[in-house]
Write a protein that binds this ligand. Sequence first.
Ligand code: SF4
Length: 375
Amino acid sequence: MMWVTRSIRRPLLRFQSANFSSSSPAALEAERSVRESPRNDWKKDEIKSIYDSPVLDLLFHAAQVHRHAHNFREVQQCTLLSIKTGGCSEDCSYCPQSSRYNTGLKAQKLMNEDVVLEAAKKAKDAGSTRFCMGAAWRDTVGRKTNFKKILEYVKEIRGMGMEVCCTLGMLEKQQALELKEAGLTAYNHNLDTSREYYPNIITTRSYDERLQTLEHVREAGINVCSGGIIGLGEAEEDRVGLLHTLATLPSHPESVPINALVAVKGTPLEDQKPVEIWEMIRMIATARIVMPKAMVRLSAGRVRFSMPEQALCFLAGANSIFTGEKLLTTPNNDYDADQAMFKLLGLIPKAPDFSENSSKDFEHETIEVAASSSG
Ligand code: SF4
């Protein structure tokens, strides 16, 4: 193994001088993404034509954008802990934590501080740099005592040197400010799917209420984490619609989780057919081209993908995974298998980022690139 130092500028130069015999929308928009600042004025049909490009072309050009905007070897490891499980009043059709479905899940109260902090420490020791806490609530209104406890958890975990994220349902303005004050890095609130398909999945809160929460998070100066789930029975237009809504927000989310449905027995979506790897790659690659600086997170459903399949997701622009035994309530990938994957693929765990604007321009940074020595 030989180590060479080279500027990340090189991939850009190569990219510019490449012979673009392909003029697929993916190629054209990827080239534009590299040359210009991120756009917020995407038209839905522009995103659709990127999404519909020949899949290997889409993958190749998303990889180019990824290498321009990020250190392509870095993958952030995050751990997501369900700190308050089940008994949720909402009717999200995919969710085993809804009290409306009989999934056999036992509802639990908010975890105590020592249990949460111990889990965060364990996650940090295992290489996670972001700790996410999820609570199965519609919102945090009227939960003053529990909310105060969570503010304490945020402070403590931030004090351990980790990024901290919460997903607690809908937030009001004041609560977002309090979470910011406590040191919260990011707030997760997924849009799940397109505005058009959304009523087929959830009826107990509206798409606009979701967008309102994202606005409160953004206004409080907290990074926005918002993505969706594929495999809910939606059409490809809905996947494009979801990406279009995210990519036309006033600022792109810093973090975009792409989930593949994990169908749980007892939920209305229990019989959905599993998502194919090429569907994930199309979503990840399109997200990478239209929101070049976002962290694209390969989230739920990863457990079904082999290492080579996950490698294609990283190539397409995914740069974060969730580690740990469970992803809220569903099984997750094995720790040792993940470590072996990092080693084999030459991935580097990403350090935590506490800058106010965590979207970095790597164009002028110098990185070390490991190159296999052939001689
Ligand atoms: S709000 Fe969250 S916890 Fe509640 S049913 Fe929907 S996804 Fe599940």
